[in-house]
Design a protein around this ligand. Structure first.
Ligand SMILES: Nc1ncnc2c1ncn2[C@@H]1O[C@H](COP(=O)(O)OP(=O)(O)O)[C@@H](O)[C@H]1O
Ligand SMILES: N[C@@H](CC(=O)OP(=O)(O)O)C(=O)O
Length: 390
């Protein structure tokens, strides 16, 4: 921590609620990204006379590289070790951003999971937030123009590092916003918001500018990667608005997630999601309970003894083995059409097929003249799905 003239000039900036920003892994494709972001953040500190809390993820692929290295040393590592190692990618990112800020003459410090005041249970890999002590954050914000936080990290009561789960930096950002009393949380990514389908994979995907917490959480539950489901729910509980922004200056805002939101017609596509077919409904119910109990995003599909594990990054055979579940058989990639609060899920044979089915579904739900009002029925969509045998 270093003193800077700007810190003394900005009088009450350290006392007001800071702006809370999150930059995902897609913001750090090269090392040059750190200097660029430090320049942009520095400008904001100055122009708005505000302090910032910036939650960052590791560089793209780094977390998975750690997972790969770990599995070479031990193919069945303990959860505590997985959490301890995989969260380091975000620590590296946070320190790189902090040092880039120092180079620009800013006061900045890194608060890692065990220093943050976020306490979780001891389910190390998908830990649940139990208690927040805002003091460490408040002190760090008072003493620094920018507090940088590695996403996804927390600690249990014993101070052991826990992981909030894969892609959980959004959740950290909202938890931090709640702790410092911020009214909004700005989430930056390589997309400026939530679209009617993944805009990188399905053509004609449309930006949804105002999305309700319920719709955003529903889309995330079914696997839309853009926002973390538990982050949306935590924001809803604390009445924090989530502002989605593109990750390059001037950081245009695309979607705002809050209590208001128009009815959407969207298709959720996540090629990493997987459906498992069990022999009986009872076995599927049991599997659903165990996945859900482990805090993993999962949906019990009603069209058969099926369970969809929607976010990817779960070693399904290993998970089922460890929990004594009769293993389900891989049944394909779930694709979900959302219209208002209605959802219909169908299975594509594999990742490639999922792309085609998603495109067809999306063309269908978005064709001109389609009524997307809350009362508009989904049965016609079901017919379409049956027709194409998806
Ligand atoms: N409905 C959707 N709207 C916007 N983006 C989506 C949607 N579904 C999936 N995505 C994907 O989510 C990605 C952003 O999430 P993620 O890769 O986790 O970003 P970050 O690394 O910035 O956190 C986008 O690049 C996009 O491909
Ligand atoms: N280390 C985290 C980082 C994260 O949350 O990534 P992103 O914000 O890019 O989804 C992970 O890979 O899970």
């Amino acid at each position: 921590m270093r003193a800077s003239p700007a810190a003394t000039d900005s009088s009450d900036a350290g006392l007001r609620a800071p702006a809370v920003l999150k930059f995902g892994g897609s913001s750090f494709r090269t090392l040059a990204s750190y200097a660029q972001l430090a320049e942009d953040l520095s400008r904001r500190v100055e122009e708005e006379n505000t302090h910032l809390v910036v939650v960052v993820s590791g560089q793209p692929g780094e977390t998975e590289q750690f997972r790969e290295r770990l599995s070479q040393v031990n193919p069945h590592p303990e959860d505590e070790t997985v959490a301890g190692l995989l969260t380091l990618a975000d620590t590296v990112g946070a320190q790189l951003l902090a040092t880039a800020l120092h180079r620009r003459g800013r006061t900045a410090t890194v608060l890692a999971g065990h220093q943050l005041g976020l306490t979780t249970d001891s389910s190390f890999m998908w830990a649940r937030l139990e208690h927040t002590d805002p003091e460490p954050l408040r002190t760090a914000v008072r003493d620094n123009e920018v507090v940088v936080i590695p996403g996804g990290q927390a600690a249990d009561k014993e101070g052991r590092p826990t992981w909030l789960g894969k892609n959980s930096s959004d959740l950290s950002a909202v938890a931090v916003a709640a702790a410092v009393g911020a009214a909004r949380c700005e989430i930056h990514s390589d997309v400026d918001g939530i679209y009617s389908c993944d805009p990188h994979l399905v053509s004609g995907s449309k930006l949804l500018s105002q999305v309700s917490y319920n719709t955003a959480a529903l889309m995330s539950l079914y696997g839309a990667k853009v926002l973390h489901r538990r982050a949306v729910r935590l924001a809803q509980r604390h009445k924090i608005e989530i502002v989605c922004r593109y990750n390059r200056a001037p950081f245009p805002t695309g979607s705002v997630i809050g209590t208001a939101g128009s009815t959407v017609a969207a298709v959720v596509l996540n090629q990493r999601s997987a459906a498992l077919r069990y022999e009986t409904d009872d076995l599927a119910d049991q599997a659903y309970k165990v996945f859900h109990g482990a805090n993993i995003d999962v949906v019990r599909l009603t069209s058969g003894p099926l369970v969809a594990v929607t976010g990817g990054f779960v070693d399904l055979p290993e998970f089922q083995r460890r929990h004594g579940l009769t293993p389900g058989e891989y049944a394909g990639v779930p694709l979900t059409a959302v219209r208002g609060s209605q959802v219909v899920t169908q299975l594509a044979a594999d990742e490639e097929d999922a792309l085609h089915v998603a495109q067809r579904l999306h063309d269908h739900v978005n064709r001109p003249g389609t009524d997307v009002g809350p009362q508009a029925p989904l049965p016609e969509l079901m017919e379409l799905l049956e027709m194409q045998g998806a």
